[in-house]
Design a protein around this ligand. Structure first.
Ligand code: C5P
Length: 232
């Protein structure tokens, strides 16, 4: 499986996302559609972007009772996305239900990955606000092992945790890693960050990059820089 850069299309609406995508004339980046765009435009935005030839990671981070997640995943599966996700926090029953819902009658399904701990979460916040009194690495690894046991394809985690996840869950268990910044770039609300180059060294399979590309003066150049540093 090849490494790739996934561009987080965190835009307020259709016009903004198409203005952004129109700048990419030679390449069709793998795109992440998250809550902001999906809630603003509804499922049609997924079909419209897919029709332009992009692979899509639909990042809606489901977390609810198993029955609700099973039925919601069945709806998302019909959108023909390449990857989608949920919170591992929802427990193994919910993850197994999600896989059932996602699997189409012909047996195919999008990749399903689980968010471990958000890359904006620190160990201190986890302890004080989530009441989880364990080292962050241990929590991420435990959630990754639950996800693997439930049959999922991988996890969302920080690049800083990718190596340990592969060691515990196997080389083919995917690590999809946001929290990527160019050296010296603005960290924003992210806490556990690395550069694209370091993410490659640490073993990430996919990096998810938003503002360093979407807010760049030249987004195409920033995307190409990510590819150069991460993939090549
Ligand atoms: O702009 P930035 O590069 O920080 O964007 C990161 C993207 O990855 C955002 O869309 C965010 O919702 C998503 N994400 C994250 N941390 C996770 C899961 C998803 O930052 N654990």
């Amino acid at each position: 499986m090849g490494k790739d850069v996934i561009v987080a299309c965190d835009f307020a609406g259709r016009r903004q996302v198409f203005d952004f995508l129109d700048q990419f004339t030679d390449k069709k980046p793998y795109l992440k559609i998250g809550m902001e765009l999906f809630y603003a435009e509804g499922p049609q935005i997924v079909r419209d972007i897919k029709a332009r030839g992009h692979k899509i990671f639909l990042d809606l981070k489901l977390c609810d009772i198993p029955n609700t997640v099973r039925k919601s995943m069945a709806v998302l599966s019909g959108l023909d996305v390449d990857m989608t996700n949920l919170h591992a926090f929802g427990t193994a029953d919910m993850m197994r239900a999600a896989l059932e819902g996602l699997t189409r009658p012909d047996g195919t399904r999008p990749l399903l990955i689980a968010v471990t701990q958000l890359t904006s979460t620190t160990e201190e916040r986890m302890k004080n606000e989530l009441y989880i009194d364990r080292p962050l690495d241990e929590v991420v690894l435990g959630y990754a092992q639950n996800a693997r046991a439930a049959g999922l394809d991988g996890v969302v985690c920080s690049p800083l945790e990718a190596g340990k996840v592969h060691a515990a869950c196997g080389a083919s268990f995917l690590t999809v890693t946001p929290g990527v910044r160019f050296a010296g770039g603005d960290v924003g609300d992210q806490a556990r960050v690395t550069t694209p180059e370091r993410a490659r060294e640490l073993g990430s399979d996919y990096i998810v990059v938003g503002r360093p590309i979407t807010a760049a003066a030249d987004p195409v150049a920033a995307y190409e820089r990510c590819l150069r540093e991460f993939v090549l």
